[in-house]
Design a protein around this ligand. Sequence first.
Ligand SMILES: Nc1ncnc2c1ncn2[C@@H]1O[C@H](COP(=O)(O)OP(=O)(O)OP(=O)(O)O)[C@@H](O)[C@H]1O
Length: 347
Amino acid sequence: MTLVIRERRHQQALRLSLPPPSTPSSDHLCHQIHVPASLPSPSNHENSSPGIKNLSDLKKVAVLGHGNGGTVYKVHHKKNHSFYALKVLRFNENSIGIRQPSMILEAEILKRVDSPFIVKCHAVFDNGNCTEAENGNDLSFVMEYMEGGSLHDVLRENYRLPEEAISLLAKRVLEGLNYLHGMHIVHRDIKPSNLLVNDKGELKIADFGVSHIVEGRFDVTELNAGTCAYMSPERVDPERWGGENVDEFAGDVWSMGVVMLECFLGYFPLIGPGQKPDWATLMCAICFGEKLEMPEKASPEFQNFVRRCVEKDWRKRATVKELLHHPFVNRKCFCIGKGLGDYVIHE
Ligand SMILES: Nc1ncnc2c1ncn2[C@@H]1O[C@H](COP(=O)(O)OP(=O)(O)OP(=O)(O)O)[C@@H](O)[C@H]1O
């Protein structure tokens, strides 16, 4: 077993903060989105706005990845010389009626959240009337650039992580979820590609594309948004697992538990090697399968931590607040590296 040191992708560190919610301005080349006052107020805004006023100040230098409905670019700001990640969501003419509300909600959420555990959004541009937009009909998010890439990038190469690193990651995800849940926001898509790392090795939660604001009554029609593999039983099969009156936040805890087990094993833990991760297989594993077997090599704290997250009955599952006090995430860890790549175990 060797500890592999992987080169970090870039050294650029960003210390820019979220601008206050802005009203559309005719000076802007493309319109910045106005955030209605329907969300809880952001806490603790800093004053040092990066002043990203125009999309035309950003030069695309690379494609960082593709997601559902859009592309993420690495961009360089011509005036302040910083790098950002620009997420461009395309309005599809055929589906505009379906996608628009979720895209606008993502913009609302991103402009409101401000936490060291969440990837920061510096500006949102509605290019609907913008002549310079790629297809004249995009929604663009200027995000904090996360130089270390995603947890998915690490796991894709079948690397796995030692418990010390997982403990630190789990703590950060929990802090992020605690913040979001405190704002009544349920993420609903916690998975390795939505957990990004900066050049200091700090993990942050990203991508609010299917997130939801909990406003009392639970909206059952929205249950199946997100990525099936990391969905909790009550979201996959609400009838069987009492999804009607569910505490929606419990779904984020399940997803986090699956991700942490995946970090330990180096592969997706709910299905056997060689099994196709199609809907039917995943549904069986999530809703009907036996309790997940914990790896024998894992410490009792880690085993208990994951077991508390992947409890099939959401009523018995641990809450974020409870897990923040769990011994597994309160270990004294002495990590020498900075990026996630500094910790991967290569066998
Ligand atoms: N702020 C960022 N900094 C650096 N890379 C990023 C950033 N945001 C996204 N990426 C990269 O771009 C990829 C695509 O991100 P995106 O949020 O569009 O989709 P996804 O989460 O991979 O997939 P899906 O849309 O299915 O949830 C990510 O996997 C990540 O590698």
